[in-house]
Write a protein of this length. Structure first.
Length: 134
């Protein structure tokens, strides 16, 4: 029985992308190896940092946001922001901001419908008070 695996060798294209360079810059600035960096960034050991730095894969939007928290220089932040924009996350942020504002605006109505008294802030008006002020 042969222990040698037959078949084509796995060949990964290496792309020296700006994102890959930015990730490597961050890790080197922090003076961390790939294992330590993955443990800090992701909370566990994983070989994904090697794949990111070689350009074989691109971080997910969630991981790009984690990287953005660590990025300090324009050389680190720029490529991460470009990758986030390319992934469509900037549109997601607009949706989240809009949804958050809708929830803030609706809070007095939600509280009143649950039988809770409106908050004491001058901005909040309960629905029944609003009707009487008109």
């Amino acid at each position: 029985m042969s222990l040698i695996k037959r078949g084509r060798p796995r060949v990964f294209p290496v792309r020296d992308t700006a994102t890959a360079r930015a990730i490597r810059l961050m890790r080197c600035r922090l003076d961390l190896g790939q294992i330590e960096f993955s443990q800090i960034l992701l909370g566990r050991y994983t070989a994904v940092i090697s794949r990111w730095e070689s350009g074989r894969t691109i971080p997910t939007p969630v991981n790009l946001l984690r990287l953005l928290k660590i990025a300090k220089t324009p050389e680190e932040r720029g490529p991460i922001l470009q990758e986030l924009k390319a992934s469509g996350v900037d549109g997601l942020f607009a949706d989240v901001r809009e949804m958050t504002q809708l929830l803030i605006d609706a809070q007095p109505y939600i509280s009143a419908s649950q039988g809770n008294p409106p908050s004491s802030s001058p901005d909040s008006i309960a629905p029944d008070q609003e009707a009487s002020n008109v």
